[in-house]
Each structure stands twice: as structure tokens, then as C-alpha cells.
Write a protein that binds this ligand. Structure first.
Ligand SMILES: [Ca+2]
Ligand SMILES: [Ca+2]
Length: 381
């Protein structure tokens, strides 16, 4: 694997929203404490597991994300940070990119082309969506269509633009939910400690989970959740519709948030009142249903969480129903099961993927891990 230089690696450490620590502390208070939940412990389960991540492709250039339309079992689409989407067919990157919008994209550290989502009826309508940082550093969410092989640049239609005060914490994940809406995870706008207190402020889109009705392009997105710092990858369980979010912490805790499909609505994931389950700022949450992480881990085990997927593939039966997630900096990967809303059987896996930028699913629900160093790995027996 090509190794990046030390300087590049240092900047990559902030790719996912870790950095710009500004001396905020997470002083505990005597106010109501959140419920204790499972902490991730090193070596909590060292039992032999029959699976691992095996490299299936190399040579991508700063790949950040991976997705596939449901109707294309033989293809993976890999997002490269600079502004391209590459097609992988049986492990081989096609020479011609699927999409190339590099001239429109400001790329580097936490900015760039950050994700792609295919319309649930992509096989018929060929519509797909990208989230990227434009040349002014602002977030854009744009629809394109393809001819089935390659994107058609002239079909571009903008859904959303958000002027961004800082270069970091851009969220950037796009996922279609079980209700057919397009969900977008927005970071808190950046800086350290949410200096503009945007995540709890219902008047801004920062720090929110947004849902777009892509058939009503002029309708504003619904804010379905608030209190996010930098949701670096979220997913809906394709089996149950439950929502899992990896939210990057400030100085202390990385967290995974869970919301069942049938939730009462308007979740508040806590930031910047809480970092993980710890008090961060002495103020009240701004409303909504306060949700604490189902699991968190400290700086000893990692620096920047990468949320993953509940495995619903068929290649590795023993992993079915387990939620996989990891850490960008340490490359550690864990899995767990959610039972009645709680994390159980949290397991540190034996394998690591360095510069773990994302997980992704193919059409059949097989699970992949994406290394920013250029490799794609598949969960196999
Ligand atoms: Ca703040
Ligand atoms: Ca939180």
C-alpha cells in the first residue's frame, strides 16, 4: 500500500473533523447524568472470528466513499475526494470515470467530493446525488443523471447550498432512507467547540440531519435531527430501517448514535451540550428527544469515528445483523448488535484498515471498507 508522507498523514488526521482543539473542556456537572452505556474496551472479546476484510481493489486516489445502486450487482462506485467517481467492475477501476467534477470542487483535508447516493429507482430514472465542497468552500448537494454508464453533466440540478463558515466539519454523507427521502448529514460548521453554537440552533442547517423529498426540488429539507458535530457516515439498516450515525467527537469521545425506524421524531444527539455522554457546555439542549450514544470510545482507542453498516450480506453468515464501525486514525474496527435499542456484544475485530474513510455496501448488501490510502476491502469468510 502506498504510504502517505508524515505531513500528509497529519492533515488526514483532521479529515474527519477531529482537529482544531481549542482548549474546550468537558467539565462534568451535577446536572442529570446520562445513562451509562457500554464503553468500548480494548480486547473486550478476543475470540476467534471466522471473517476478515480482504483487499479487493487498489490504486484509487484518496477514495472517501463507496456505494452501489441496488440493480447493479457487479459494480461498485467509489468517490475520490478530488471530485471523481470511479466504477469498479470485478475489482478493476474503469479508466473513464463515472463522474468528474474536479473543476467544481475544493478538495483537501476535510473538503472535497464527499459522497454519492443513487436514487432507489436508479435503474429506471438514472438519478443520483452528490455532496461536495464548492470552490467557495460551501456545501452543495446536486442531482445528476447518467446514461447507465457515465454521468451526464448537463443534467445537473442543485438541491441545496449552504454557506460554510469554516473549512472543517462538512458532514457530507447522502443516503436514501427507508421512506424514500434523501438524508444528508450536516456538520456543525466547523471550528472547535461549535463556536457559533449552531448544532443546537434550530434556525440553521448546521449540525442537523436533513431529509429531502427529491421529487419536490423547491421544498426546503426537513430537519429530522439536531445536535450533531460531524456525522461522518451514517446508514439505515437495510433489514430494519434503523438509523446508525457515527458522530466525530471534540477532544474526548467518539460515538455511535442509534435511532429505531419507528422513533417519535426530532432526535437531539446532544452536541455541543454533550460530547458523547459527558457534559461539554453548561447549557440546556434546545429541544427534541435527547439521545445519548449507544456506544462511545475514548482517545486511547481512536481519534475520529467512521460510522458503518449493519451487515445484511450472505457471504459471512456469522456477521449477519452485526453493525460494523471503525476509527479513521487507529484503523480499529468494532462490531456490535443492537438489542432493544442497546448495544450488545461489542467486539473489537482482529483486523484494522488504515485511514478508514468509509464503509460501503454493494447491491447485495456485502460490506466494504475504504482506505483513504487507496485500497478497497471486502468482508469475507
Ligand atoms: Ca459551543
Ligand atoms: Ca452526541
Amino acid at each position: 500500500m502506498r504510504r502517505l508522507g508524515a505531513a500528509a498523514a497529519a492533515t488526514l488526521l483532521v479529515v474527519l473533523g477531529l482537529a482544531l482543539a481549542t482548549g474546550w473542556s468537558s467539565g462534568e456537572t451535577r446536572e442529570a447524568r446520562p445513562p451509562a452505556g457500554p464503553q468500548v474496551r480494548e480486547g473486550a472479546a478476543r475470540r476467534r472470528v471466522p471473517y476478515s476484510f480482504r483487499r479487493v481493489a487498489s490504486g484509487l486516489v484518496l477514495p472517501l466513499h463507496l456505494a452501489a445502486p441496488r440493480g447493479e450487482p457487479a459494480r461498485l462506485y467509489v468517490v475520490e475526494q478530488a471530485g471523481r467517481i470511479r466504477v469498479l467492475e470485478r475489482g478493476k477501476p474503469r479508466v473513464e470515470p463515472f463522474l468528474d467534477i474536479r473543476p467544481l470542487v475544493q478538495s483537501g483535508v476535510e473538503q472535497g467530493l464527499l459522497s454519492v447516493a443513487f436514487h432507489p429507482r436508479y435503474a429506471e430514472n438514472r438519478r443520483f446525488y452528490v455532496d461536495y465542497t464548492d470552490l467557495a468552500g460551501d456545501t452543495r448537494i446536486v442531482e445528476y443523471r447518467s446514461d447507465g454508464e457515465t454521468a451526464l453533466p448537463d443534467t445537473r440540478r442543485e438541491l441545496f447550498r449552504l454557506e460554510d463558515p469554516y473549512s472543517n466539519h462538512n458532514g457530507g454523507n447522502l443516503v436514501f432512507g427507508p421512506d424514500g427521502r434523501l438524508y444528508a448529514g450536516m456538520g456543525d460548521g466547523g471550528g472547535g467547540g461549535d463556536p457559533g453554537n449552531r448544532s443546537q440552533n434550530p434556525a440553521t442547517f448546521f449540525g442537523k440531519l436533513l431529509a429531502f423529498d427529491v421529487d419536490r426540488p423547491d421544498a426546503p429539507p426537513e430537519q429530522v435531527a439536531r445536535g450533531l458535530r460531524n456525522p461522518w457516515r451514517f446508514s439505515f439498516d437495510r433489514g430494519t430501517g434503523d438509523l446508525y450515525i457515527g458522530d466525530v467527537g471534540q477532544n474526548a469521545y467518539e460515538e455511535i448514535d442509534f435511532t429505531p425506524r419507528r422513533s417519535p421524531g426530532l432526535e437531539n444527539y446532544g452536541w455541543d451540550v454533550y460530547e458523547g455522554r459527558s457534559r461539554f457546555e453548561r447549557k440546556r439542549p434546545s429541544g427534541g428527544r435527547l439521545v445519548f450514544p449507544i456506544v462511545q470510545y475514548s482517545r486511547r482507542l481512536g481519534i475520529s469515528v467512521t460510522g458503518g453498516f449493519v451487515y445484511r450480506g450472505s457471504t459471512v453468515p456469522s456477521a449477519r445483523g452485526r453493525y460494523f464501525y471503525g476509527d479513521f486514525g487507529s484503523g480499529r474496527i468494532w462490531s456490535l448488535r443492537v438489542v432493544r435499542g442497546k448495544a450488545q456484544d461489542v467486539r473489537l475485530e482482529r483486523f484494522r484498515v488504515g485511514a478508514l474513510a468509509s464503509f460501503g455496501e454493494d447491491a447485495a448488501g456485502e460490506l466494504y471498507a475504504v482506505s483513504l490510502h487507496g485500497g478497497i476491502f471486502k468482508l469475507v469468510d
